[in-house]
Design a protein around this ligand. Structure first.
Ligand SMILES: [Zn+2]
Length: 274
């Protein structure tokens, strides 16, 4: 990450054959397992942590959606969304994985200002699932002390908002608080001022120009989305793409050896008029 920052600072091309790994949200096993495995192979990791999660004030809304749906015994559920719109979920006919994906996608387009209250008062009761007042053990965060250990071991730890709500759905004040407060929490706990950030869920529609400008004013130098692509030094350093780790090892190999870049180029050429 330091090399990447330096390349942007000094307008230098990135060293060839560079690869960097990031891991988002701050779950306990990112510290307990992932950091150990990567260390074994000589790689440092870059952790983007939801600061309200490490503070144990909340656990990520997108995981709660999966948790609640998986525990529901109901088959057909009439749900009132935060906007007041009605949605019917059919757990008898539809694949649970598809339902989780689809409800998360729907919620990314709703106003997320009161999302956490809506989970407790809207989603859990509609699904007939008891609201967990404590974070369930399998969803627990790493501690701030874990985060300090990671930094001491040479890994990076950076802010990823306070609540993981989709920035583009929030008010100007909420956006500011998500960005500023998460930077402050990392600064207070890890005793350094972070200048790197990752957008929650990170599709282009999940953040907007105001967020980019706010990051810039807050001293953020590099920000990552989740649009698949290679980082190039001539790109906007506040919209750096990332590939998701694929399940298939051959796909992973194609990404790191840049075969994927060749494929993207060919696809791009195919779109050009003859
Ligand atoms: Zn995330």
């Amino acid at each position: 990450m330091d090399d990447l920052r330096a390349a942007f600072d000094h307008h230098k091309p990135l060293p060839s054959k560079s690869v960097m790994f990031t891991i988002d949200d701050g779950f306990f096993d990112h510290h307990d397992i992932a950091a150990r495995v990567f260390k074994e192979f000589g790689y440092s990791l870059n952790f983007f942590v939801i600061t309200g999660f490490l503070d144990r004030n909340l656990w990520p809304w997108d995981d709660q959606v999966a948790y609640a749906l998986h525990r529901s015994k109901k088959e057909v559920i009439d749900l009132r969304l935060p906007s007041g719109k009605e949605l019917t979920i059919n757990l008898r006919h539809d694949d649970i994985g598809d339902v989780v994906y689809s409800l998360r996608s729907t919620l990314k387009k709703e106003s997320q200002s009161d999302l956490y209250a809506w989970l407790e008062k809207g989603l859990y009761p509609a699904l007939g699932v008891e609201y967990p007042h404590e974070i369930p053990t399998s969803y627990r965060p790493m501690s701030w002390s874990d985060a300090r250990t990671l930094r001491d071991a040479g890994h990076g730890v950076y802010p990823h908002t306070c609540t993981h709500r989709i920035l583009s759905t929030l008010s100007v004040d909420e956006k500011q608080s998500e960005i500023e407060m998460s930077i402050r929490r990392v600064e207070a706990e890890l005793d350094y001022l972070p200048d790197i950030f990752a957008y929650p869920t990170g599709r282009r529609s999940d953040y907007d120009q105001l967020d980019i400008e706010r990051l810039q004013r807050s001293g953020i130098k590099l920000a990552f989305n989740t649009i698949p692509g290679y980082v190039r030094a001539d790109r906007n350093s506040l919209e750096l793409p990332r590939f998701s780790l694929p399940c298939d090892f051959d796909d992973f190999r194609q990404i790191v050896n840049r075969f994927e870049a060749f494929k993207m180029k060919v696809r791009g050429l195919a779109k050009l008029p003859a």
